[in-house]
Design a protein around this ligand. Structure first.
Ligand SMILES: Nc1ncnc2c1ncn2[C@@H]1O[C@H](COP(=O)(O)OP(=O)(O)OP(=O)(O)O)[C@@H](O)[C@H]1O
Ligand SMILES: [Mg+2]
Length: 326
């Protein structure tokens, strides 16, 4: 039987996590990792409501031990899902926000040779007795490295690799190898080596990769992932607003109605969930009455370019600036 089938399915992601309001996950016991000292991982409660399809695909990725690759509309909860999963499962999270210069190797560790050289020179020229710095003092473990170390000490982590397409194409290609192996040693100090125990699939990090469609990903990378497209959560909107402490039901309904009407228009950038949350949060704070929403107060939180602004005003004539109405 392949090791995959032995995964502990009791670790199910529940989209309505019933854990206490805040939960600190301290770096004690298994997290006190020699030579790595991963920071205390703290996972706050996440106001997050996943659709049944999203919940199912998270569980599928966990069961198969595959990275979950998320694409979808901006602001629809790709990044925050990793936090919600970590919170729901009571696991620490390791986060990696990818830049154009990111290298897959940096997810494991970086070695600061320049600082080491500088420290050695400084201690020699100052005539001070040389501090016994070892190579290990100049190693910094990256998010995937810390998750592998933690697994080697018996604790699972969630790993977020955010906006994988920001880096060049070498990044996903190189990442393939690291995701397959889930082990590494430090080239500069080969005695430092860690691996996820292969006979314990329940310790494999739960890896969530987000992708903003700026670049296509290599097919070999796609083959290893479970893919899901996160849609604008039409069905869950009201519940999500309530979760984000929008307490007036009439305000919630009216805000959703306005945003849905705007989204029906041919806009260059349709307002998404993130814009809706900003907008209605502001309106609630300003004690705006639901009936006033047709005038599109604070429309700048919803509409992000001038062509769309004209279309928004056309959809809601009472919002027309006075100069245009005459
Ligand atoms: N399903 C959800 N339930 C509750 N809140 C959500 C949900 N999805 C998104 N949000 C909220 O919307 C905001 C944006 O979410 P997030 O940053 O995860 O979006 P994203 O898809 O990663 O966006 P981008 O593509 O711009 O990076 C956050 O404040 C998040 O809490
Ligand atoms: Mg994001």
């Amino acid at each position: 039987m392949s090791s995959r089938h032995q995964i502990d399915l009791s670790l199910r992601f529940d989209r309505r996590a019933k854990l206490p309001a805040t939960r600190r996950i301290e770096a004690t016991g298994a997290d006190e990792v020699p030579a790595s000292r991963p920071p205390k991982a703290e996972v706050q409660r996440e106001a997050y409501l996943a659709s049944p399809a999203l919940e199912e695909v998270v569980n599928l990725a966990i069961a198969l031990g595959r990275p979950l690759l998320l694409q979808g509309d901006p602001g629809c909860g790709k990044t925050r899902l990793a936090h919600a999963v970590a919170y729901a499962l009571g696991l620490p999270i390791e986060e990696s926000y990818i830049k154009s210069t990111s290298k897959a190797q940096d997810l494991l560790y970086t070695y600061d040779a320049v600082r080491r050289l500088h420290d050695v020179q400084l201690s020699t020229t100052a005539g001070r007795p040389r501090r016994a710095n070892t190579v290990a003092d100049y190693i910094r473990f990256g998010p995937l490295g810390r998750a592998i170390i933690r697994a080697s000490h018996g604790r699972r982590s969630v790993v977020l690799i955010d906006e994988v397409d920001k880096a060049d194409l070498d990044f996903p290609n190189d990442l393939l190898r690291e995701l397959d192996r889930l082990e590494f040693d430090v080239a500069e100090a080969p005695e430092i080596a860690f691996k996820v125990p292969s006979d314990q699939p329940a310790l494999r990090p739960i890896i969530i990769v987000t992708h903003n469609e700026e670049k296509a990903l290599p097919t070999a990378f796609l083959r290893r992932c479970i893919f899901h497209y996160v849609k604008f959560p039409e069905e869950e909107l009201e519940a999500i607003l309530a979760q984000h402490d929008i307490n007036d039901a009439d305000l919630r309904r009216k805000a959703i109605e306005v945003v849905n009407k705007l989204r029906e228009r041919e806009l260059l950038k349709k307002p998404g969930l993130s814009e809706l949350l900003d907008w209605v949060g502001y309106l609630q704070a300003r004690k705006t009455k639901p009936a006033e929403l047709d005038r599109l107060p604070a429309v700048q939180a919803l509409i992000k370019n001038v062509a769309d602004l004209d279309k928004a005003h056309a959809a809601f004539p009472s919002s027309m600036p006075t100069a245009r109405r005459v």
